[in-house]
Design a protein around this ligand. Structure first.
Ligand code: PLP
Length: 469
């Protein structure tokens, strides 16, 4: 830290302040975790200086022997951990991993057969006219994925994302009454749309998915089943999602982040069957530039950690805690969407229970030392900015060692805060969707109770860093 401080005291201070903030706020963000110090140290070192475009044993730069060792170890460990035929560990993020996967599927299924028809394997050697034919074919494919408002991710064909330019994109939604994905309805849509890719996976859906069934449905229309397990990769690695609920044996291509339930460094990965391996390995140059060797090293560390028996215990506890939390919210009278959860997250309807927007609830809870994010609920009348819901996740508090008793206390603190918020009335007489009042004594009480929890479950007790003046 002294070295960082000598160059930029402001940055050093922000790093230490972040540690301080994370120690003093309860993290319930479903997509975050606390990675091990081994993972963090593998991420921050001289490997950041090395270029290694290409892939193991096939680089466009000299001097890549150590990066080869690191990448092949990360690939080997990923295949072993997930039982996958092939792994590609270069994507810098989940968004990159999805782009690599999309391009690999388009290349294998559309571009390659068309190139063979045109008698030229290398697109760079095609005439302008033939290249236009290839582009036209590639750009006219359909993607069917979970609607953003039902818990899907931006990169799954949302209009504001490049995926909606790559594909003609269609969505399926959860059932309005049950809040669940209805596979009979999905089957009908699949037959109507006949997409190239059926995409399963979510950022805000509290239930497990039956991938065996989804593969059957995809096969009926000859679609590729792609699963984005960014949120629940740790539950797959930790063998909580097995059999029909483990995407690896059923999907053609699986993408993930490595930093959520999986508890590794920030990054992405693609797992696939042999059929797609050649194309996925072309992630650089198709989508990516040089890989990040330091992050691949950290991924290898995290995969090794996730292959230990303790990680299976951890993964099960994430779900046990989420279910305990859902039950505790239920007892406190809070509406939990779908009545509970099978995974690491749950969705609270704060509009229905407390007459609040997600924005008000998120801000007030942060005032009281609880960090989480508001989330739009299916068919949300408050839209994606103010929202009616909160997404609450248990991966980070489980890493700290909390259990069901702490979940009960967390639900009670929520109730204390949320039931005491009064939305401010605007000049028009309408209740504000952002502003509110909350008695400072309630804030103080809630903060004290959050602190009491955090003191019993300290974050990185081995790190001793002082705020830099
Ligand atoms: N896919 C899903 C399902 C996600 O939830 C996320 C991130 O929240 C991503 C992809 C994108 O990951 P990243 O932020 O690493 O690009």
């Amino acid at each position: 830290l002294d070295q960082i401080s000598a160059v930029s005291p402001g940055i050093a201070r922000a790093i230490v302040q972040e540690l301080h903030d994370q120690r003093n706020n309860l993290k319930l963000i479903a997509s975050e975790n606390y990675s091990s110090l081994a993972t963090q140290l593998a991420t921050g070192n001289l490997l950041t200086d090395k270029y290694a475009e290409g892939f193991t044993q096939h680089r466009f730069y000299g001097g890549c022997d150590n990066v080869d060792t690191i990448e092949s170890e990360a690939v080997r460990l990923a295949c072993e951990l997930f039982g996958a035929e092939h792994a590609y560990v270069q994507p810098h993020s989940g968004a990159d991993a999805n782009l690599v996967a999309f391009f690999a599927i388009l290349s294998a299924k559309i571009q390659k057969p068309l190139l063979s028809e045109l008698g030229q394997e290398d697109p760079a050697k095609l005439s302008a006219e033939d290249w236009a034919k290839v582009r036209h074919a590639v750009h006219n494919q359909r993607l069917l994925s979970l609607d953003y408002y039902s818990g899907g991710h931006l990169t799954h064909g949302y209009r504001h994302n490049i995926s909606s330019h790559l594909f003609e994109s269609y969505t399926y939604s959860v059932n309005r009454e049950t809040g669940l994905i209805d596979l009979d309805q999905l089957r009908k849509q699949l037959h109507a749309v006949r997409p190239l890719i059926l995409l399963a996976g979510y950022s805000a859906y509290p239930r497990k998915l039956n991938f065996a069934k989804m593969r059957e449905l995809a096969d009926e229309v000859g679609a590729v089943l792609m699963v984005d397990m960014a949120h629940f990769a740790g539950l797959v690695a930790g063998k909580v999602f097995t059999g029909d609920y483990n995407p690896i044996p059923h999907a053609h291509v699986v993408t993930t982040t490595t930093h959520k339930t999986l508890r590794g460094p920030r990054g992405g990965m693609v797992l696939c069957t042999k059929e797609f391996a050649e194309w996925v390995n072309k992630g650089c140059p198709s989508v990516l530039g040089g890989p990040l060797p330091h992050v691949m090293a950290a991924k290898a560390i995290a995969f090794r950690e996730a292959s230990q028996p303790e990680f299976q215990t951890y993964a099960q506890k994430i779900v046990d805690n989420a279910q305990a939390l859902a039950e505790a919210f239920h007892i406190e009278g809070c509406t939990v969407l779908t009545g509970g959860t099978d995974n690491h997250l749950l969705l609270l309807d704060v509009a229905r229970t407390f007459g609040l927007t997600g924005r008000q609830a998120e801000t007030a809870l942060r005032e009281c030392g609880i960090t989480l994010n508001r989330n739009s609920l299916p068919f949300d009348p408050n839209g994606p900015w103010y929202t009616s819901g909160l997404r609450v996740g248990t991966p980070a508090v489980t890493t700290l060692g909390m259990g069901p008793n702490e979940m009960t206390e967390i639900a009670r603190i929520f109730k204390l805060v949320l039931s005491n918020i009064t939305p401010t009335t605007a000049a028009s007489g309408k209740p504000s969707r952002a502003k509110y009042t909350l008695d400072p004594r309630i804030v103080q009480q809630a903060r004290q109770r959050v602190q009491a929890l955090l003191t019993r479950f300290p974050l990185y007790p081995e790190i001793n860093l002082d705020l830099v003046e």
